[in-house]
Design a binder for this molecule. Structure first.
Ligand code: SAH
Length: 272
């Protein structure tokens, strides 16, 4: 940190900054736009990203794409549109990420942690040392659904005017991309993440297993699951699960399922 600031005071500061900040970190930060209605916003978001050095755009079921309005709003960033990955589900977009943060103006009950844009930028850049991470933006009218938020480990809110806090989608992408760039420029050496974090796909498989096991144990009634799974997701999202922890939890679930099956077999046997 100290020598970065020394660097900023030097005359050839651009060169110094470029040699200290690692471009691979930005390449691992993915901007995910879910269910975007207006193609112009996709183009404007690509422009917002490219001006700040981000390049990985992922679109989850965009209403209209590709499209000339998207190209027009993208201006010199149409390369990002050409490379954009299109997914049919948010889970698919996040499958290989170890950290996904939902970007939302409204505070929800589902996600454990609410971060400011600078806090989120530090977290993303720290995790980006080991693999892909994502910022997830919602639809222009409805924002992020609870289901979409339940795939994220945290929430980022831009502290806007409480009387009118809803930014245009691409403007929100610009604010976050700018924050990430400032954090990236200011920090040369990042601490290693402490845990070997589980990926989105591993965590989703765990939740699937948990739900099945809880139904088999008759703790959860599949007919009326209520909010139990959402509450459990919230609990686990708060802990930042490591790969090994997911494996232990799944081992416990399997042991409980097997014990239940043995008990069922024994009581069927008695009844015969
Ligand atoms: N009416 C929607 C607003 C959607 S704006 C709602 O209430 O959620 C489109 C997207 O821009 C949002 O889903 C979010 O990702 C982002 N956004 C807009 N304003 C924001 C703010 N103040 N803080 C964080 N994200 C914001």
């Amino acid at each position: 940190m100290h020598d970065v600031w020394l660097g900023i005071q030097r005359t050839n500061r651009l060169f110094y900054l470029m040699t200290t900040a690692d471009p691979n970190l930005l390449a691992n930060i993915r901007i995910v736009l879910t269910r975007t209605s207006h193609p112009g916003n996709i183009g404007a978001a690509a422009r917002a990203m490219k001006t700040m050095g981000l390049s990985q755009l992922v679109l989850v079921t965009p209403a209209i794409f590709p499209n000339s309005q998207a190209d027009a709003m993208a201006a010199g960033s149409t390369d990002l549109l050409a490379q954009a990955r299109i997914c049919t589900t948010l889970a698919e977009a996040l499958a290989d990420t170890t950290l996904a943060l939902g970007v939302s103006a409204r505070r929800r009950d589902i996600v454990a942690e609410v971060l400011t844009p600078p806090e989120a930028s530090l977290r993303l850049l720290t995790e980006a040392r080991i693999g892909p991470v994502a910022l997830v933006f919602g639809n222009e009218t409805s924002g992020l659904s609870n289901e979409e938020l339940s795939l994220c480990q945290g929430l980022v809110t831009i502290a806007a005017n409480p009387e009118y806090s809803s930014l245009n989608l691409a403007a929100a992408v610009q604010v976050l991309s700018h924050e990430i760039r400032q954090a990236w420029l200011a920090h040369a050496s990042w601490p290693q993440p402490e845990i070997d974090a589980a990926t989105g796909a591993e965590i989703e498989r765990f939740y699937g297993h948990l739900e099945t096991a809880l139904a088999e144990l008759e703790f959860l009634n599949p007919g009326s699951p209520g909010k139990l799974m959402l509450k459990l997701r919230r609990l686990f999202a708060r802990t930042r699960l490591a790969k090994e922890e997911v494996n232990i939890l799944r081992g416990i679930l399997t042991a409980a399922q097997e014990a239940r099956q043995r008990a069922d077999r024994a009581s069927n046997h008695d009844a015969e």
